[in-house]
Design a protein around this ligand. Structure first.
Ligand code: IPE
Ligand code: IPE
Ligand code: MG
Ligand code: MG
Ligand code: MG
Length: 322
């Protein structure tokens, strides 16, 4: 779809033209490095598409879109420390290439840069934008803490898991869209609906992320395959496996593998999950949230043809493999 392509190119140009100071090198080089690796840029694309949805020039939302991508990249740099992840976007993570302290501080400065960008939007929108951004940023931290707390627990309910991923992932996707709608001066009802669309889309997105973590093709995935198994994350794969075979059987399987090295553990778990049919039930849950997202998009009160790019994004995300 040409609209998506045009907007993506416009955003990529803007990111690549964004200049950071040269010194101190160890503060800014990691950020230049991280931005040069790309990523899907899905969240800023959603911001710009949301502005476009309400018939306003998407370029008006560029600073909001930049703020969102900066915040997202900040959260990834810190997430990779917390998850001890070696790879991101097919390259070493910032803390791996430099060190933890550098990754913490360059992440911090990027968070402030996100606010600087947001504050470049029109003053009449700022109070609303910053309130939403603050609420979202706090919720992401809450979700990230829950994600880490769950590593230490044996059992987490599906409801708790959904709430955790709503906070760590989907509120930012909802916020990306609502920022675009606010800048377009959309009414409150439509703002709420587009946020809901993002929330449901984000839950489906994180379920897909959990699936890919174990089942992606390592050649093009760009992250360490099986990282969630190594860190004992309570992903939807684990929770569905427990639901399918029972906690006793699951614990027996885990105890059998306790002395294996990481690579063997990941391979064994992958085979085991495949055998008990985890993939199918996880895909069903994922599709349910894609469906909910589509319903929210359907109820937004704008001309149907205006919605086509967002429907196309839903389809793209269903097929994504990275
Ligand atoms: C990764 O987000 C973090 C999650 C919420 C799963 P993306 O998959 O959008 O990462 P990039 O920006 O494309 O690398
Ligand atoms: C990340 O979830 C959510 C945030 C960065 C806030 P994950 O830890 O699953 O993301 P990846 O898999 O590292 O991209
Ligand atoms: Mg991670
Ligand atoms: Mg994480
Ligand atoms: Mg993940």
């Amino acid at each position: 779809m040409s609209q998506i392509k045009e907007i993506s190119q416009f955003f990529e140009q803007t990111v690549q033209n964004f200049e950071l100071p040269n010194e101190p090198k160890n503060l800014y080089q990691p950020l230049n490095y991280f931005f040069s690796l790309g990523g899907k840029r899905i969240r800023p694309l959603l911001t710009l598409l949301a502005t476009d949805l309400f018939n306003i020039d998407y370029k008006k939302a560029i600073h909001g879109a930049m703020a969102i991508e900066f915040f997202h990249n900040f959260s990834l740099i810190h997430d990779d420390i917390m998850d001890e992840a070696p790879l991101r976007r097919k390259m070493p993570t910032v803390h791996q290439k430099w060190n933890n302290n550098i990754a913490i501080l360059s992440g911090d400065v990027l968070l402030v840069k996100a606010y600087q960008e947001l504050c470049k939007q029109e003053p009449r929108h700022l109070k609303t934008l910053i309130d939403l951004f603050n609420k979202t940023a706090i919720e992401v931290c809450e979700g990230q803490q829950m994600d880490m707390d769950f590593e230490k627990r044996n059992l987490v309910s599906i409801e708790e898991y959904i709430e955790m991923i709503r906070l760590k992932t989907s509120v930012l996707i909802g916020c990306s869209l609502q920022i675009g709608a606010i800048i377009a001066d959309a009414g409150l009802k439509n703002q709420e609906l587009i946020y809901q669309f993002g929330e449901n889309l984000g839950i489906a997105f994180q379920i897909q992320d959990d699936l890919l973590d174990l089942f992606a093709n390592p050649e093009n995935f760009g992250k360490q395959v099986g990282g969630d198994i190594i860190t004992d994350k309570k992903t939807i794969l684990t929770l569905k496996a427990i639901e399918l075979i029972g906690l006793n059987e699951y614990n027996r399987f885990k105890n059998e593998n306790i002395s294996l090295n990481n690579e063997e553990k990941v391979e064994k778990t992958k085979q085991f999950y495949a055998k008990v049919g985890v993939k199918k039930t996880v895909l069903e849950l994922r599709n349910l949230y894609f469906q909910k997202a589509i319903e929210s998009l359907n109820s937004i009160e704008v001309n149907e043809t205006q919605k086509l790019p967002l429907f196309a994004i839903v389809e793209m995300l269903k097929e994504r493999e990275v």
